[in-house]
Design a protein. Structure first.
Length: 640
């Protein structure tokens, strides 16, 4: 009996070996056939393949290189820079017979977008290349239930370096959802994995690709709470006209990218740039990322999408909680506002006589504002770990007893969307006089917006500029001179109101010329920072005041650094949609490095000529470290 069993095992082994040998030979022959078809069609040069692997032309060398930095994403040893080798290795992997489990997928599933595109191009024969089941992907895509894609843009938030220009994400809308249930949708976003690092090292690593960036999936209500409720950022939603097949292809590619990472750069390979690459994967005929070689500002990337004919289906504005609160406050009289604020602060109870004297609609308005204001303060307080139900519950119960419809204020949608504002880069050319010399000046600013630029589409009171440079030509001396390089210049002028009382702040780092005498204007290092308050005035004016500190670095000073402090005041006023004027004054008392009082009074005006051009006129009287002088300059500025 033992001999019979042994003989059976030997025969079975021979049959299995023979079958596997024949199968391997057949598979090898079919793989060779497919490879020859690939080479004949040169499929690795096709736009679809280049997009799925994120290949981009090298800057200073021939060839291409993928922006993806995870080695696990490539199946060929040199697949990051060799599209043909990666395609052929991908094709070979589809014949894999290795074991799969919950942690390890078959290559047909792990790279499902690649597989489906190659299957479409090469018409795989299922007898020679059986299609593998992908239960994990099927469960994932069934849960998402995709129908439409919406590009979401939370506007700029200056208090977070990673979101100073705004942020973008994609929302996956289902057919069964409407605007009342849209918060339940899932979103796709791309972000740097920073492990909560902050400070100077965070900024430097973000600028130079020191963090890995990854795609992630989360619920939309989580994002709305983060951006709209905590950061107080208005949100714009751009519905896109992608077909169901394009939407599915994009999500197949998202599935492929779950374990991949990119080196994250705040200025170019950021969230907005990478989301454009997903839209290119959905519709490879799009070339959305091509214009963004050096920097990708979210508003500009949104504009590139809306400019594609037929891609935009509609736009919706979702105001932040702070925007809704401001509108509630504008709709209320002072007496009702006092009662609502006392309710929120706990100074009076929900059954107080002051509230009961009001008519039911006013009671409802006061209670709703008290609840929303309490929730706003709690969401803005990073120290709060859980809702204050003890305080909110009586207010909610009192509101529920009123037979009055919700008193939700109507927040007007801004006339100009972020994608309709001026473009981020700016050049300017002008003529000026700085006592006693005349000059021509050329300005260049890569990004982004200053307080006098045309306002439409930008956050009011926000200024953010990088690498703002000025060069002068003096005709009398036939001399060209570098005047100024502003490395970073941030101003956040947020008006305080009856409910919300934020602080304003500013900071800048630059190299610029400082006047000691009329013929002694050396380049100096300059650092300035300030904190202050700002308020809205009637007639669309904004007034602000700061306490500032300034450091000027030059060999003209004792120990090469002069430090001063002092106040500054300013007002911004829009006489019309085309004409904006700014008047400011600053006084600095230097007490270290030199003893000196400096001041400046500046009148700056911007006349908008078109969506992408403006005239600027600046007139100022200044005293730096010498005698006082007058300066005037007229510039023509173009945004691009």
């Amino acid at each position: 009996m033992t001999k019979i069993v042994a003989l059976f095992v030997v025969i079975l082994s021979l049959v299995t070996f023979t079958f596997l040998s024949i199968s391997f030979a057949v598979n090898s022959a079919y793989l060779q056939e497919l490879t020859e078809r690939v080479q004949k069609k040169r499929l690795w040069e096709r736009r679809e393949w280049q997009v799925l692997l994120h290949y981009k032309p090298k800057l200073f060398m021939p060839g291409v290189e993928s922006l993806i930095d995870a080695e696990s994403f490539f199946l060929a040893p040199d697949g990051k820079s060799d599209p043909q080798a990666e395609l052929e290795a991908t094709l070979a992997s589809f014949f894999s017979s290795g074991e799969v489990d919950d942690k390890k997928q078959h290559p047909q599933c792990a790279f499902i977008a690649r597989y489906n595109w190659l299957k479409q191009e090469l018409h795989f024969d299922p007898k020679h290349l059986p299609e593998q089941p992908c239960p994990q992907f099927c469960a994932w895509i069934t849960e998402l239930d995709p129908n439409e894609i919406t590009l979401v843009f939370p506007v700029a938030f200056l208090n977070n370096p990673a979101s100073m220009f705004g942020h973008t994400l994609l929302r996956i809308d289902t057919a069964s959802q409407d605007e009342s249930t849209r918060l339940l949708a899932q979103t796709v976003s791309f972000a740097a994995i920073t492990e909560q690092e902050r400070g100077l090292s965070f900024a430097l690593r973000g600028l130079f690709g020191g963090y890995p960036g990854k795609f992630s999936i989360s619920h939309y209500y989580v994002r709305v709470k983060e951006y709209g409720d905590i950061d107080n950022r208005d949100i714009w939603e751009y519905r896109l006209d992608l077909t169901p097949a394009e939407t599915l292809l994009m999500l197949m590619h998202v599935w492929e990218l779950q374990s991949a990472y990119f080196d994250y750069f705040f200025l170019d390979e950021n969230c907005s740039y990478q989301l454009l690459s997903l839209l290119e994967a959905a519709r490879p005929s799009l070339h959305l990322t091509d214009p963004f070689q050096w920097w990708a500002i979210p508003a500009d990337t949104i504009r590139s999408v809306t400019e594609v004919p037929g891609l935009l289906k509609g736009v919706r504005f979702r105001p932040a909680r702070s925007t809704v609160l401001k509108q509630r406050a504008l709709n209320m009289g002072s007496d009702l506002m006092v009662i609502a604020k006392d309710l929120a602060d706990g100074r009076i109870a929900a059954n107080s006589e002051a509230l009961q004297r009001l008519n039911p609609p006013d009671q409802a308005r006061a209670l709703e504002l008290a609840v929303e204001y309490s929730e706003y303060r709690q969401s803005s307080d990073s120290l709060s770990s859980k809702p204050d139900d003890h305080h909110l519950l009586p207010l909610l119960e009192a509101r529920s007893r009123l037979d009055v419809a919700p008193q939700i204020p109507q927040v007007k949608t801004p006339e100009v969307r972020p994608d309709q504002g001026h473009k981020s880069a700016r050049i300017g050319i002008g003529y000026g006089y700085e006592d006693p010399l005349h000059f021509l000046q050329f300005d260049f600013r890569p990004v982004y917006h200053d307080l006098l630029d045309p306002q439409g589409g930008f956050v009011r009171g926000a200024q953010l500029e990088f690498l703002n440079a000025s060069v002068r030509y003096y005709p009398g001396d036939n001399k060209v001179s570098l005047e100024h390089i502003g490395f970073i210049d941030i101003v956040s002028v947020v008006p305080r109101g009856r409910l919300l009382k934020p602080f304003s702040w500013k900071a800048n780092v630059a190299i610029g010329r400082v006047r000691f005498t009329s013929d002694d204007r050396p380049l100096t290092g300059q650092l300035n920072a300030g904190v202050g308050l700002s308020y809205d005035l009637p007639s669309n004016a904004l007034v602000f005041a700061f306490v500032e500190g300034s450091a000027v670095i030059s060999d003209r000073f004792h120990e090469k650094t002069a430090i001063g402090v002092g106040p500054s005041l300013g007002i911004l006023h829009d006489f019309s949609k085309q004409w904006r004027i700014g008047l400011s004054a600053r006084l600095l008392e230097f007490f270290q490095g030199t003893t000196c009082t400096t001041y400046e009074i500046v009148l700056d005006q911007c006349l908008r000529l078109s969506d992408q051009s403006a005239f600027r006129l600046e007139i100022s009287r200044k005293r730096e470290f010498g005698s006082a002088f007058t300066k005037a300059a007229l510039k023509w500025q173009v945004f691009f």
